[in-house]
Design a protein around this ligand. Structure first.
Ligand SMILES: *Cc1c(COP(=O)(O)O)cnc(C)c1O
Length: 398
C-alpha cells in the first residue's frame, strides 16, 4: 500500500482478499467499488486525451463512490489535478492528495478567500465580482495566487459572458494581481456526438482564449468533460475533465460505452414466500400473481439509492437482477428499505435467507437502470446511500 492508505477511511481489499472477504453479518446490502476498473478508466481517458493532461472530477463525494478512496486511487494511477464542486470537498481532496492541483467549481464564495488559500485551492472564477475579490485578496497578500477563469460559451449557467471579457483586458486588468492558471468552459451537449452545439461552443471558446490566454505566463485551457474527451483532439486543449466516464458511466448517447463498470450493488434476501394466484405484492398491489410465485424480499430500497422509478407496475415487471447466474425480475414497487423479486425459477438452495441478489453491476449497468428510470447515471450514482456497506477492491488477483 502507498503512503495515502493510512488516511483512507475505509479499508481497501485486494482482489485476492475480496474473494475471501466475508461480508460482515450486519451488512444487509453491499456496494463493491472496483478501484482497478476506476484506474483503468482513468488510464484509458488519459490515453484518449493524448498530449492533454487528464484530471479527475470528484465532486459530490466522487459521484457517490467515496471522495477519499477515489481520490487516493486516481492519485496512485497518476492523476495530478482534481475538480471538486465545493470548498469542503476540495479540502477533503487536499487531505488525501497533498501535492495535487485542486480546483473548486463553485468559484469564490463571498468572504471565503482564506478557505481557499489555507488549503492551496484554486477557485474557478465565473464572474467579474469573483475576479475582483480574488484580485483584491491576492494584492493584499502580496501574492499572485492561482485561479481558473470560467468563460461562458452558451450554456448560460456559470461563467463569464463573452461581453464582459473586455473588462479584463488593458493595463488596469484585475488579472495582473493573480495567476490565471487555467481558462475553461463547459460543454452542454457533449453527450451528443454529432450535435451542432459542440462546434459552436468550441468556436466561442477559441474566441475567448485568443483574448485571455497568455502562453508566456503558462495559462492553460480546458473545455472537455467525459463526452468532450471523446469528441477528438480539437476539444482536448491542455486539460480534460472527465467525471462520469471514470465511474463507468456512459459519456456519449447511442454509442457503445468503452468504460469498465466500477460499481456492483448486492442485497441479502430477508425472506422468501409463495404467493398464490390472485394475491398481490407490495405497496399499491401493483404486482398480482397469476401462478404460484416465489417472492424474495431483499434488503435494499430507495433509501439505499435504488430508484423508486425502477418499480414494476401492473403491466410491467421491474428490471433484472441476478442470483449467481440466474436472472430474476423485480416485481411490485421499490419501497424505502425493500425490493421484492420473483425467484420462482431459481433453485431453492440459492434463495435461502441471507443469500445475495445482485441488482446493479456488469450485467445490469447503471445506464441500463437509469435509461429505464428516465434519469441519468450521474443521478443514480451520486444518490447511492452511505447506509450501504462499501467494499473497495484494488490490486491484482493472486
Ligand atoms: C461535472 C463537471 C465535469 C465532469 O463532467 P462529466 O460529464 O461527468 O464528465 C467537468 N466540468 C465541469 C465544469 C463540471 O461541472
Amino acid at each position: 500500500m502507498t503512503e495515502t492508505s493510512a488516511i483512507i477511511s475505509r479499508p481497501v481489499a485486494s482482489v485476492a482478499d475480496a474473494k475471501q472477504i466475508k461480508a460482515p453479518t450486519s451488512a444487509r446490502a453491499i456496494l463493491e467499488i472496483d478501484l482497478n476498473a476506476l484506474r483503468a478508466n482513468w488510464a484509458k481517458l488519459n490515453e484518449v486525451a493524448g498530449e492533454a493532461e487528464c484530471a479527475g472530477v470528484v465532486k459530490a463525494d466522487a459521484y457517490g463512490l467515496g471522495l477519499e478512496e477515489i481520490t487516493a486511487a486516481l492519485a496512485r494511477e497518476g492523476c495530478k489535478t482534481f475538480f471538486a464542486a465545493t470548498i469542503h470537498e476540495a479540502q477533503r481532496v487536499r487531505a488525501i492528495a497533498a501535492g495535487a492541483t485542486i480546483y473548486v467549481l463553485d468559484g469564490l464564495l463571498a468572504d471565503a478567500e482564506e478557505q481557499y488559500a489555507g488549503f492551496d485551492l484554486r477557485p474557478v472564477l465565473s464572474s467579474l465580482p469573483e475576479i475582483h475579490d480574488w484580485a483584491t485578496f491576492c494584492k493584499s497578500q502580496g501574492r499572485r495566487r492561482p485561479a481558473a477563469l470560467h468563460v461562458d460559451t452558451g450554456m448560460n449557467r456559470l461563467g463569464l459572458p463573452a461581453s464582459e471579457i473586455s473588462a479584463l483586458l488593458g493595463p488596469d486588468s484585475p488579472l495582473q494581481h493573480f495567476e490565471v492558471a487555467l481558462v475553461m468552459s463547459h460543454l452542454y451537449n457533449a453527450d451528443v456526438a454529432d450535435g451542432v452545439d459542440n462546434p459552436k461552443q468550441l468556436a466561442a471558446f477559441q474566441t475567448a482564449l485568443d483574448k485571455l490566454i497568455d502562453r508566456d505566463a503558462g495559462t492553460r485551457a480546458s473545455l472537455a468533460n467525459s463526452g468532450g474527451t471523446f469528441l477528438g483532439p480539437d476539444y482536448h486543449f491542455d486539460l480534460v475533465r472527465p467525471g462520469i466516464a471514470l465511474y463507468g458511466g456512459r459519456a456519449i448517447e447511442n454509442k457503445p460505452n468503452p468504460m469498465q463498470p466500477v460499481v456492483r450493488l448486492r442485497a441479502r434476501i430477508l425472506q422468501v414466500r409463495t404467493v398464490n394466484p390472485g394475491e398481490i405484492v407490495g405497496y399499491g398491489g401493483t404486482f398480482q400473481a397469476t401462478t404460484p410465485t416465489r417472492i424474495a424480499t431483499i434488503a435494499c430500497g430507495y433509501a439505499d439509492g435504488f430508484l423508486r422509478a425502477l418499480s414494476g407496475d401492473r403491466k410491467t415487471l421491474g428490471p433484472v437482477g441476478y442470483i449467481g447466474e440466474h436472472p430474476v425480475r423485480i416485481v411490485g414497487r421499490v419501497s424505502m428499505d425493500l425490493i421484492t423479486i420473483d425467484v420462482s425459477n431459481v433453485p431453492e438452495d440459492l434463495t435461502k435467507r441471507g443469500a445475495w441478489v445482485e441488482v446493479m453491476g456488469a450485467r445490469v449497468t447503471v445506464d441500463d437502470l437509469t435509461d429505464r428510470a428516465g434519469t441519468i447515471g450521474y443521478e443514480l450514482l451520486s444518490r447511492l446511500s452511505n447506509r450501504v456497506h462499501r467494499i473497495y477492491i484494488e490490486g491484482r488477483p493472486a
